[in-house]
Design a protein around this ligand. Sequence first.
Ligand code: HEC
Ligand code: HEC
Ligand code: HEC
Ligand code: HEC
Ligand code: HEC
Ligand code: HEC
Ligand code: HEC
Ligand code: HEC
Ligand code: HEC
Ligand code: HEC
Ligand code: HEC
Ligand code: HEC
Ligand code: HEC
Length: 451
Amino acid sequence: MNRFLSISYFALLLVILFQGSSSAQTCSATSCHQAILGTEKPHAPVQGQECLSCHHQKNTTHPLLGGKSWELVVKVPVLCAQCHTPFGSKKVMHSPVKEGDCLACHKPHGAAGKFLLDVREDRTELCVTCHNPEPFKQRFMHGPVAVGACNKCHAAHEANEKALLDAPVRNLCLSCHNDFATELKNAKVTHPPVKDGPCTACHNPHGSSVSKILKQKIPELCIECHGKIAKKLAGVKVPHKPLSQEGGCSSCHSAHYSDNKRLLPFDEMSACLNCHDKDNLGTPPLRNMKKDLEDKKYLHGPIKKGQCAACHDPHGSDNFRMLRGSYPAEIYVPYKEGIYSACLSCHEKNLLRFAETTIYTKFRNGKRNLHYVHVVNSRKSRSCRVCHQAHASNGEKLIDKEVLKFGVWDIPVNLTISTSGGRCAPGCHQAFTYDREKAVVYKTYSTNRKK
Ligand code: HEC
Ligand code: HEC
Ligand code: HEC
Ligand code: HEC
Ligand code: HEC
Ligand code: HEC
Ligand code: HEC
Ligand code: HEC
Ligand code: HEC
Ligand code: HEC
Ligand code: HEC
Ligand code: HEC
Ligand code: HEC
């Protein structure tokens, strides 16, 4: 300001010394340059009518027909620098500023808006005289961009961050979204790219054809980084419907943070039962899992701990029912090693290995492995589902009284467990008792032959 003052005094001095036609009074006379004074927001030295602080008469005659009798005291931007601190102290300079083209944006005498600009708060029009207007005409616009508050984010002249930003992108975003910043700090689980990366990993700063100004639709947005899931989406045999439906990944995950592991909106089981609580979900309808689990006396170990994904891959898999291992859909299946890996990934690996055992299962008569009898060594190998429920039961060992649909008949199983064995009175065969300590001797042996 001191500099400005000294210069304007100097200008004043010039006016006093040379008088004549260079008087400001005369310059802005009705017939001549009155428009220069008439702007809504005049430049301070113009308002003070200090024309000579910028203009210098090079020819004694003025006006001069067909020629220029005036020139600038010095060229822009040096002219401006006589009163304003020149730019160049920061790392990134806006290209037209660097070139000294102040007048590309500013009107030297005054303008309709503040800062000697012909635009007011909405700066878009000014910026798009040089920049591609497309990013600012998207279907979904970011609030501050929609009203042309470009310079709330971008410095007009120079800045220390790329793209003329005054702060790293993330800090910039959180400076307005400060409620978000607080929640982020308090969240138990934060998505790594949100934790310390730039928000622009997922959002366009200006606008987008996708809502929430996302760079891409979901799931494309997500699978760009999550390649393993991309592969699953591209072609598992048993996909999970919600992944490809509206909402996609968002129907189970929050994008930023959560109080639950894996960015789930609730604990895992509630996240599943949020949908699997209906009688008409899927075609043909799946069992209503919520109802299935309610009031059951025995819950399968993982379910007791609230885990569904221990057995099912929520993103789909190549196995029946999106299981993580193999589990045949049928009741009778010729036995092959590995076909019950969905169960034996947690349970005794040797369950079905030996016809005789004293340790690998409690389902035995003496040493005789009754799992082997039913599942392996049989003309009609039975699946576990013939006896066990996968999720919950009212009977012990996940065996319900009525577990299996045999055509139109719910075959009863009627298992009773004793300390050293049990008694099974199923619809499959006559009642048998088994005893691990003192093997029971049977009169008839197998029932398969009759069928
Ligand atoms: C802060 C510096 C500054 C002051 C003060 C100033 N001008 Fe200017 N004036 C300029 C610049 C810069 C240009 C543009 C020159 C160019 O385009 O090369 C200009 C251009 C002009 C022009 C030619 C183009 C036009 O806009 O019509 C006239 C006439 C003019 N000024 C008159 C005046 C008068 C009269 C005053 C005082 C009331 C005045 N100026 C005060 C900087 C100033
Ligand atoms: C003779 C001194 C002088 C010169 C030369 C000068 N300015 Fe200024 N300018 C001022 C003063 C004084 C102010 C008012 C400062 C304030 O209000 O703090 C001002 C204000 C401004 C403003 C802010 C206006 C507003 O609405 O707040 C801009 C933009 C500006 N000048 C641009 C320029 C540009 C561009 C040039 C060169 C073409 C230039 N100035 C040349 C003295 C000058
Ligand atoms: C690309 C357009 C553009 C160019 C080129 C430009 N400015 Fe600005 N200038 C602006 C905008 C926009 C603002 C208002 C900034 C805001 O809203 O904070 C501004 C504000 C100003 C101000 C007042 C506020 C401040 O930041 O001090 C001055 C002085 C100024 N410019 C001087 C200059 C000078 C001198 C040049 C040339 C070296 C120049 N400008 C070139 C767009 C420009
Ligand atoms: C006179 C022409 C002109 C005007 C007006 C203009 N710009 Fe620019 N701007 C440029 C040029 C040229 C570049 C450099 C282009 C490039 O590198 O691709 C640039 C670059 C930028 C950049 C990128 C800087 C970087 O280093 O990545 C941003 C951000 C920007 N301008 C914002 C704005 C905003 C906001 C406005 C309006 C207030 C504006 N520009 C007005 C000419 C202009
Ligand atoms: C909410 C903050 C914000 C607002 C408001 C904003 N921008 Fe940006 N802009 C950014 C960010 C952040 C980037 C950098 C993007 C990146 O890192 O790739 C950017 C980049 C740019 C670029 C560089 C080229 C590009 O597209 O990457 C230009 C030019 C630009 N903005 C112009 C504008 C204009 C013009 C406006 C007003 C119509 C505006 N911006 C409003 C945040 C904003
Ligand atoms: C200048 C302040 C400001 C800055 C800086 C800012 N925003 Fe915003 N943002 C807003 C406002 C205001 C809204 C609208 C608020 C609302 O709808 O609740 C908004 C809305 C949003 C929305 C929701 C859009 C929608 O369609 O619902 C997203 C996403 C967003 N901002 C992301 C960002 C990102 C990413 C950044 C950093 C590049 C950022 N914001 C920087 C002010 C800002
Ligand atoms: C991994 C991608 C990703 C990152 C990184 C990201 N977001 Fe988002 N953001 C999203 C998605 C997806 C949505 C839409 C949420 C939905 O529909 O459930 C969203 C929505 C928003 C909304 C709108 C919220 C609402 O309820 O309307 C705001 C605001 C927002 N994000 C701000 C930010 C900010 C600030 C950052 C950086 C700290 C950020 N985002 C980083 C993916 C991301
Ligand atoms: C910019 C890359 C990026 C994008 C985009 C992205 N993520 Fe992530 N995400 C990561 C990284 C890195 C991790 C941590 C490593 C891992 O678990 O793969 C992660 C982890 C996760 C996790 C596990 C979190 C935990 O607590 O273990 C989930 C769930 C997740 N992302 C979901 C999503 C969803 C949904 C989207 C789309 C809205 C998405 N991601 C988009 C990079 C990304
Ligand atoms: C039906 C609910 C559901 C949907 C829809 C869903 N997820 Fe998940 N996701 C989960 C569950 C539950 C876990 C935890 C699994 C675990 O702990 O083994 C998980 C875990 C993750 C993980 C971390 C560990 C891993 O398995 O890689 C990532 C990353 C992830 N999901 C990304 C996504 C993406 C990307 C989408 C969209 C393509 C998506 N999810 C859709 C439920 C879902
Ligand atoms: C957003 C709703 C939704 C959520 C949340 C959800 N599911 Fe599903 N799920 C469905 C729908 C719909 C189907 C039926 C698809 C069809 O058959 O049309 C389905 C099918 C299934 C199937 C049978 C797949 C088949 O084709 O055989 C299993 C198993 C399953 N879901 C388990 C889970 C698990 C485990 C979770 C929690 C991690 C979960 N679901 C969360 C909607 C959901
Ligand atoms: C111990 C492994 C295991 C756990 C844990 C588990 N499931 Fe299952 N799930 C299975 C098996 C095995 C099947 C196939 C059952 C059959 O067809 O006999 C199945 C079938 C399903 C089906 C299809 C039901 C139908 O209509 O046939 C749904 C839906 C389902 N599970 C959801 C869930 C949900 C929700 C959870 C968590 C509450 C869960 N599962 C936990 C193993 C498991
Ligand atoms: C993710 C690990 C896991 C998988 C996979 C799994 N189970 Fe289990 N299972 C358990 C746990 C844990 C228990 C509880 C053990 C306990 O309480 O000692 C259990 C208990 C059982 C029981 C009751 C045992 C008892 O003593 O009460 C049976 C029967 C059973 N599972 C059958 C199966 C079948 C059939 C499958 C395949 C469809 C299967 N399990 C898959 C973990 C698993
Ligand atoms: C014919 C009916 C039947 C079939 C088929 C069957 N189980 Fe069992 N299973 C039982 C009975 C009965 C028990 C209880 C034994 C006891 O504790 O007295 C049992 C117990 C278990 C146990 C508890 C640990 C143990 O071995 O004592 C597991 C685990 C188990 N079964 C898994 C399976 C798996 C996996 C399959 C399919 C590969 C399967 N079962 C097939 C009847 C069956």
